[in-house]
Design a protein around this ligand. Structure first.
Ligand code: GCB
Length: 550
């Protein structure tokens, strides 16, 4: 199997495409003597393996990891044989359980209509659960003493004076570090010899989502005191203060209006496998259409993706894999907290990460067990990252007016709403009536900003029906136009609470086999091979004018 890639769509074998359980990967390679342990440490890093990975090197167990959308790594210095061939073995199990995120279920029908031992497997979300080693695998070395991590936060004082507070975490205690802050032309702008401190920079320009050119931004480079280790790029820190209140979210004091998409990591053949060409195509489409934000529905995306979006000034709502949670208990809460912590840890340094999404469409959000569950998770976000707001995304049929529901604990209400699709199918005219009413009701109930995180209509690319009817491109165009009018009405009203609009979905994506969809969720504004449908031109008109782009 190629890596990175999902294994499902590579082969002409349905039993592999639909496989649930263990699969084994093996790879051998020659490790240079230059990597010898006298001078270096060697690490093995996985961008993500879906869902549970067990790793051996040369037959010796190295470690395991659970969680299908998060990076993990092991130090393999003591397992590696330099000057020789090494054998890496990775066992991967994609079976989801009621206590994994997302949840899955295996049932055994008690019926003579099925053979003995027959099992039925399903998972909680509607996307195809692509599995395998989905993201890149890296081998890298560090010196024996090395920089393990850098914590930092930045602020702008007095309009143009930047202050970067940092803490360098090293593998062994160090008395001094060489710290140099570079601007985007790689010119040093601040220096220190302390491992913990604050650097100030004159004349900084506050960050704002830009659309068009890639901005390398100001990177921080740090050198360990042994002069041999340089952390290439730790990414741009959160260089701006995000603030929020019950009316909206501000960046550097300026109100933000979000116009973007819910997405999936999904492409033909590779499935969820990371592909830098697909990523660049997506960024080009996001820029062309004028989007300023995406939500990593319904799991955290590759680090490479968030970093590339940062360079191009596209905001990101990072979501945990808590999709359509159907039952709550202490074990699941523990797992959700663990995954939430790892998600925040993986993406917290990116300037474009603006909101943490705790879950998408949980069920029974008024039930005491759910209320308590989300209270704890919202509290955990606040403890881990008080500098960004949290969001919880409602399902289509959540109770708008139950002020004691789980939504009371988060900072922003995310609303998924498919008027004239799942409800009142084919009745386009109700959109303008229902959508403003409901958004208002969410706001009134919770006194918090409301972001429409999903809305849209399915369209089969190339299908045209006049007058517009469901599944045609015409219907998708008409649906979005009705929503745009509804949003404009909300924005014109006296009350300010509407944080923005996110279409479901950016692209058509693969779904499990079922009779309500033709193998794909076709709500994409672009096809799965990343070509515009008719609706894309309307969206471009609106988003570019919202972004003030000609
Ligand atoms: C939703 C879900 C999303 C689905 C979408 C749909 O509410 O959040 O995962 O794909 O509806 O198209 O049904």
């Amino acid at each position: 199997m190629p890596v990175p890639s999902s294994f499902n769509d590579i082969v002409m074998d349905a039993s592999i495409r639909d496989h649930v359980g263990w699969v084994w990967y093996q790879r051998s390679w020659f490790a240079s003597r230059a990597w010898s342990r006298d001078h270096n440490r060697v690490f093995l890093r996985f961008g993500s393996v879906h869902y549970w990975a067990k790793v051996w090197l040369n037959g010796k167990f190295v470690g395991d990891h659970q969680g299908g959308h998060l990076p993990f790594e092991f130090e393999i210095t003591d397992h590696l044989v330099t000057g020789s061939i090494n054998l890496l073995t990775v066992a991967v199990n994609n079976r989801l359980h009621p206590n994994t995120l997302p949840q899955g279920r295996t049932t055994y029908p008690n019926s003579s209509l099925y053979p003995q031992g027959y099992s039925i497997y399903s998972h909680s979300c509607d996307y195809f659960d692509f599995s395998g080693i989905n993201r890149p695998v890296y081998l890298y070395t560090t010196p024996r003493t090395y920089v393990k991590d850098v914590e930092f936060s930045a602020n702008v004082v007095n309009q143009t004076l930047g202050a970067l507070t940092y803490n360098i975490i090293t593998s062994d205690v160090q008395n001094s570090c060489t710290v140099k802050l570079l601007n985007k032309y790689n010119k040093g702008v601040a220096y220190s010899t302390l491992c913990t401190g604050t650097l100030t920079v004159e004349d900084v320009r506050p960050w704002w989502p830009v659309l068009r050119t890639a901005d390398q931004g100001s990177w921080v480079r740090l050198r360990g005191s042994d002069e041999r280790y340089q952390l290439a790029a730790v990414g741009r820190s959160q260089c701006y203060p995000v603030t929020w209140d019950n009316h909206g979210v501000q960046i550097n004091g300026e109100n933000l209006y979000i116009h973007g998409f819910g997405m999936h990591e999904d492409s033909n053949i590779r499935g969820r496998g990371f592909d830098s060409a697909v990523l660049m195509r997506d960024i080009n489409l996001l820029q062309w259409v004028g989007a300023n934000a995406i939500r990593t529905s319904h799991y955290p995306y590759a680090e490479e993706t968030i970093a590339a979006l940062e360079r191009y000034g596209i905001l990101v709502i990072v979501e945990t894999p808590g999709c359509s949670i159907g039952s709550y208990d202490d074990d699941l809460l523990k797992e959700h907290k663990r995954i939430l912590e790892k998600t925040i840890h993986a993406h917290r340094k990116r300037a474009n990460v603006i909101i943490w999404s705790i879950a998408n469409e949980p069920s029974n959000t008024t039930r005491p067990d759910a209320v308590n569950y989300f209270k704890e998770l919202a509290q955990r976000v606040r403890e881990l990252d008080p500098s960004r707001p949290s969001i919880l995304v409602t399902g289509e049929f959540a109770h708008t007016n139950a002020s004691t529901s789980a939504f009371q604990y988060v900072d922003i209400i995310g609303v998924n709403r498919y008027a004239s699709w799942y409800r009142d199918s084919g009745k386009l005219s109700i959109i303008q009536i229902q959508v403003p009413l409901e958004m208002n009701l969410w706001y009134r109930t919770f006194d918090k900003p409301v972001l429409i995180t999903e809305y849209g209509a399915g369209s089969l690319s190339g299908q045209h029906v006049g007058p517009a009817a469901m599944w045609s491109e015409d219907y998708q165009v008409q649906t979005l136009r009705q929503y745009f009018r509804a949003f404009d009405n909300i924005l014109r009203s006296e009350e300010t609470f509407f944080l923005g609009e996110m279409i479901w979905n950016f692209i058509d994506f693969k779904t499990p086999q079922e009779y309500i969809r033709p193998g794909l969720c076709v709500k994409g504004v672009f096809t799965r091979d990343r070509q515009p449908k008719a609706a894309a031109y309307d969206v471009r008109g609106r988003y570019c004018s919202l972004a003030n782009i000609q």
